[in-house]
Design a protein around this ligand. Structure first.
Ligand code: CMC
Length: 426
C-alpha cells in the first residue's frame, strides 16, 4: 500500500506501514531525500509515530491497553509486578523457574555503593523526591558501567537487573531522607513489592509487618503504570538512549520527564487540587468553571489524555480499587467524594464531553497512595517505580533494533542573515 503526496506540481509515492492491529502509517523517512527538502511538521507529535514497537498496544478510541498482547484488566487482576516487568522487557510471561531466577538475580544486586549516601546527604531535606531520584539514578553511573555493550545479551541483562534492583532503594532513600529516617536496605526474604514497602516505611527500632492489602494495592498500581507506549517520559528514554548514552542515564532523563504536572506529576497535582477544593468549602462547580475559563490557567488535573478519547482503562480499574482499598483499610477520605463529584459533573458537562476529556490514570491513584501512607510528593516517584520496566523494555527494544539517533528537523522562522553590529553601535 502506498500514499501519494503532491507538492509544487510533483508527486511522491510513500509506503504505508500497517501494524498488527491494522493501524496505518505513512512512512515519510525518504520524503526529504526524494523531494529535495520537504519535511513534515507536527508539534507535540500528535500525528507522528516515532518507531515501530512490539511492546504495548493502546487504542484510545476504544479504551484498550495491552502489554505484549495481554489486556491490562487481566494483568492487573492476576499478575505480580515482577512478572509484568519480565513480560514487558523480554516479551513473554515467565515460567516459575524463569521468574525465580530473575528475582534471585535482582536480589543479588539490591544494594548500592555506600558512597551514594554522601551524595544524598548533600541534598536539602526539602528537595523534591523526583529531583533526588533522577539525580541519584544518574549518580549510579559513576559506580556502574556508563554504557552497555548491546551486542552482548549478558551485558544487557546485567544492566537491566542492576537498575531494577537499585532503583527501588533510591526511591525509598528519597523518602527516608525527607522523613529523617536512617538509610537502609530491604529484606531479600520479601517479594519485590513488599520489599519496597518495607524499605520505605520500616522504623529503625521497630519491625515492619507488610499489610497484604497495602502490598496488593501497590502491586496493582505498579502494573497499571508499567508501560504506556510512546508517552513523554518513554520517548525521552528512547531519545536519550538513541545517542548511546547508557541505560541509567536514559532512565534518569525519563524520571525528569515524568515529573511534570502534565505527565506523571499530575498524580500529586490532583490531590493538591482536591485538597484545595476541600479547603475552599467543597464547591466543585466553582473549580469546574475555572477549568473551562480560557483566561484561567487552571486545568482539571487528572482529566484528559493525548490518546484516550473515550475512557482510560487504567482509571476504571483504579477507581474500583480506591473504593476497595479504602474500605479494606477502614479509611474515609473526604477527597474521594469530591473526586467522584467532580467526575460526575465533568462527564455531564458539554465542555468536557465535546473535548472527550475523561478521568485518566492519575485522577484516583493519589487517593490510594495516600491511603497506603505514601506522602503526596512521593506519588510521582511511585509512578516512576511502576514505569521503570516499561522504560527498560523500550530502551532495550530501541537499542536491539539499532535505531538511529533521534534528531528531529525544524522549520526555521527566525531572522534571515544579517551583519554583526559592534556592541558600541547597538
Ligand atoms: N482541564 C480543562 N481543559 C482541558 C483539560 C483539563 N484537564 N485537558 C485538556 N483540556 C482542553 C484544552 O484546553 C483544549 O481545549 P481547546 O480545544 O478549547 O483549546 C482541549 O481540551 C484539548 O487539550 P490539549 O491540551 O490540546 O490536549 P493534549 O492532548 O495536548 O493534552 C493532557 C493532554 C493530558 C496534557 C491534558 O489533557 C492535560 O493537561 N490534562 C491535565 C494533566 C493530567 O491529568 N495529566 C496526566 C495525563 S495521564 C498520565 C500521564 O501521561 O502521565
Amino acid at each position: 500500500m502506498n500514499a501519494t503526496i503532491e507538492f509544487d506540481g510533483k508527486k511522491y509515492e510513500l509506503p504505508v506501514i500497517t501494524g498488527s492491529e491494522k493501524e496505518n502509517a505513512i512512512d515519510i523517512s525518504k520524503l526529504r531525500g526524494q523531494s529535495g527538502g520537504l519535511i513534515t511538521i507536527d508539534p507535540g507529535f500528535k500525528n507522528t509515530g516515532s518507531c515501530e514497537s512490539k511492546i504495548t498496544f493502546l487504542n484510545g478510541e476504544e479504551g484498550i491497553l495491552r502489554y505484549r498482547g495481554y489486556s491490562i484488566e487481566e494483568l492487573a487482576a492476576n499478575a505480580s509486578f515482577l512478572e509484568v516487568a519480565y513480560l514487558l522487557i523480554f516479551g513473554e510471561l515467565p515460567t516459575q523457574n524463569e521468574l525465580d531466577n530473575f528475582f534471585d538475580d535482582i536480589k543479588e544486586e539490591s544494594h548500592v555503593d555506600e558512597e551514594m549516601k554522601k551524595i544524598l546527604d548533600g541534598f536539602p531535606k526539602s528537595a523534591h523526591p523526583m529531583g533526588v531520584v533522577s539525580s541519584l539514578t544518574n549518580a549510579l553511573i559513576a559506580f556502574n558501567p556508563s554504557s552497555v555493550n548491546v551486542d552482548s545479551e549478558e551485558d544487557m541483562y546485567k544492566a537491566i537487573i542492576k537498575i531494577l534492583a537499585k532503583f527501588p532503594v533510591l526511591c525509598a532513600w528519597a523518602l527516608r531522607k525527607r522523613t529523617g529516617q536512617p538509610l537502609d536496605y530491604g529484606d531479600n526474604d520479601l517479594g519485590y513489592v513488599e520489599n519496597v514497602l518495607k524499605m520505605m516505611f520500616k522504623k529503625p527500632n521497630k519491625d515492619y509487618e507488610v499489610d497484604p492489602v497495602v502490598a496488593s494495592a501497590l502491586n496493582k498500581l505498579l502494573i497499571l503504570h508499567a508501560d504506556h507506549e510512546q508517552n513523554c517520559s518513554t520517548s525521552t528514554v528512547r531519545i536519550v538512549g538513541s545517542s548511546h548514552a547508557g541505560l541509567f542515564a536514559s532512565i534518569s532523563a525519563g524520571v525528569s520527564a515524568l515529573w511534570g504536572p502534565l505527565h506523571g506529576g499530575a498524580n500529586q497535582a490532583v490531590i493538591e487540587m482536591l485538597e484545595a477544593i476541600k479547603e475552599d468549602g467543597g464547591d466543585t462547580k466553582k473549580f469546574m468553571a475555572k477549568a473551562k475559563d480560557k483566561n484561567d490557567p487552571f486545568r482539571l488535573m487528572g482529566f484528559g489524555h493525548r490518546v484516550y478519547k473515550n475512557f482510560d482503562p487504567r482509571a476504571k480499574i483504579i477507581k474500583k480499587s480506591a473504593d476497595e482499598v479504602l474500605g479494606n483499610l477502614g479509611i474515609q477520605d473526604p477527597v474521594l467524594d469530591i473526586a467522584k463529584g467532580l467526575e460526575k459533573e465533568a462527564l455531564e458537562d458539554s465542555y468536557f464531553v465535546d473535548r472527550k476529556l475523561y478521568p485518566n490514570v492519575d485522577f484516583y491513584s493519589g487517593i490510594i497512595y495516600r491511603a497506603l501512607g505514601i506522602p503526596t510528593d512521593m506519588f510521582t516517584v511511585m509512578f516512576a517505580l511502576g514505569r521503570l520496566p516499561g522504560w527498560i523494555a523500550q530502551w532495550r527494544e530501541m537499542r536491539l533494533k539499532k535505531e538511529p539517533i533521534g534528531r528531529p528537523r525544524q522549520v526555521y522562522t527566525g531572522e534571515n542573515h544579517r551583519a554583526y553590529t559592534n556592541i558600541n553601535n547597538r
